[in-house]
Design a binder for this molecule. Structure first.
Ligand code: PMP
Length: 430
């Protein structure tokens, strides 16, 4: 409902970003939107219609408040202090870790490593687990729909180790070719790294099935959950994956904080990624003894306010009854698909059967950047370009797309505003 005025916006008066399951059990969109003050902004005198949540989501008041409360009342360095504030800060930081554990249904809190985001998490796994286990002529398998963040770290590893990066193909709808995928997992495959949801196509990949195929051949699986966590209920134990990564900022949390989930026994045996404070038990010039996971991987002062904000974002999502949120998002996606398909000269890019809140498209005779610029003047914010997925653009034989992506706050009216903007684009270019 970013295009609709919601009247006076009041906080729901709930603590730490909580929206209270019963309050929005029927997914009261007005009340959900009231949590996001930025949605009241005007752009060029027009009501903002925010359709760029796949790039970064907007932040609910509860997240903003939780971070500011931390800075106002609890700020001190974690783990090291004996004074009261240090205790408060540590409690808040470690409390956020437990929230993340529950959010992913991880078995143990020490399987949750705080990182800057999905990108850092993937680099960590590549340079720690990967460096230890991927040898000469071994293989890392990714897919044709990966974000650069799930390509380049593996390319770097393969260059360092003289290993081979293999790429599983997709069909024209943007779905993984699972037979081909299975064929590519061989004796030499040490790691499979696959996105849960594509940021360009919206495709939801069958992670459980992929994990079963990979594990049957002894390969470990990393899942890039950056685009999945705001939309899907994640259960890492049910998925069976070895690593799961995501960024806070795409799920209504702050930037600069994210999570690497790794199964305990893997994190235990992995070497540290970076050296410094907090990741050690003792240091002498002769030898350093490393801390246990997750601290072994959290060198230096962490993003404490960020972790608290992420915890509040998890509370916010927990407060939106998941079935109702999923039904709402599905309905808006279906409406968007229908409405965009009816625009003359428009072609949707990514028409997978299982799809989450992304609508990528191209329009005959108009460069996506021009679409984005004209829509912006109407207050409609979308993304245009290659979306950090240049190999996917090559596979699809297009230089770029326009992409509208949805969050919990978007409605049919937002889609209508998008389509009205596209009518103007077409008038200007015809
Ligand atoms: N993977 C996917 C699928 C993404 O969409 C993104 C962000 N666009 C990333 C990884 C990287 O996330 P971040 O920049 O927050 O590290």
């Amino acid at each position: 409902m970013t295009g609709v005025q919601t009247g006076s916006v009041t906080s729901l008066g709930l603590a730490d970003g909580q929206v209270g399951g019963n309050d929005v059990a029927d997914f009261n969109i007005e009340r959900v939107c009231q949590n996001f003050p930025i949605l009241r902004e005007k752009v060029y005198g027009k009501q903002l219609v925010y359709l760029d949540s796949a790039a970064t989501s907007q932040k609910p008041q509860g997240v903003i408040d939780a971070m500011s409360r931390f800075l106002l009342k609890k700020n001190a360095n974690v783990h090291r202090g004996v004074h009261h504030l240090a205790e408060r800060a540590t409690e808040a930081y470690e409390g956020a870790r437990v929230k993340a554990q529950r959010f992913l249904n991880a078995e143990h809190a020490n399987e949750i490593v705080f990182v800057r985001g999905a990108t850092e998490a993937i680099n960590l796994v590549a340079q720690s687990y990967g460096k230890k286990h991927v040898g000469e002529e071994d293989e890392v398998l990714i897919t044709a729909m990966e974000h650069h963040s799930n390509i380049v770290p593996w390319q770097m590893l393969c260059e360092q180790k003289n290993a081979r990066l293999r790429v599983a193909p997709i069909n024209d709808n943007g779905e993984l070719l699972l037979d081909e995928f299975e064929r590519l997992i061989g004796r030499k495959t040490k790691l499979v790294a696959v996105t849960h949801v594509s940021n360009v196509l919206g495709t939801i990949n069958p992670i459980r099935h992929i994990v079963e195929m990979a594990h049957a051949r002894g390969a470990r699986v990393l899942v890039d959950g950056a685009q999945a966590v705001p939309h899907l209920k994640i259960d890492v134990q049910a998925l069976g994956c070895d690593f799961y990564v995501f960024s806070g900022h795409k799920m209504y949390g702050p930037t600069g904080i994210g999570v690497l989930y790794g199964r305990s026994e893997l994190l235990e045996e992995m070497p540290p990624y970076q050296g410094g404070g907090d990741m050690i038990l003792s240091v002498s010039f002769e030898k350093t003894v490393y801390n246990v996971p997750p601290y072994k991987f959290e060198a230096g002062t962490p993003n404490m306010a960020g972790a608290v904000g992420l915890g509040a974002a998890i509370d916010f999502l927990a407060g939106l009854e998941h079935e109702a949120l999923a039904a709402h998002e599905k309905e808006v996606l279906a409406y968007g698909t229908r409405m965009l398909s009816a625009v003359p000269g428009l072609r949707l890019v990514g028409t997978a059967h299982a799809k989450a809140s992304v609508l990528s498209f191209v329009l005959d005779g108009v460069h996506p950047h021009d679409i984005g610029t004209i829509l912006d003047r109407e207050g409609v914010a979308i993304r245009t370009g290659h979306h950090c997925a240049q190999p996917l653009m090559s596979r699809l034989d297009i230089p770029a797309t326009a992409r509208a992506s949805l969050g919990c706050y978007n409605t049919r009216q937002d889609i209508d505003a998008l389509v009205a903007g596209l009518d103007q684009v077409r008038e200007l270019f015809q």
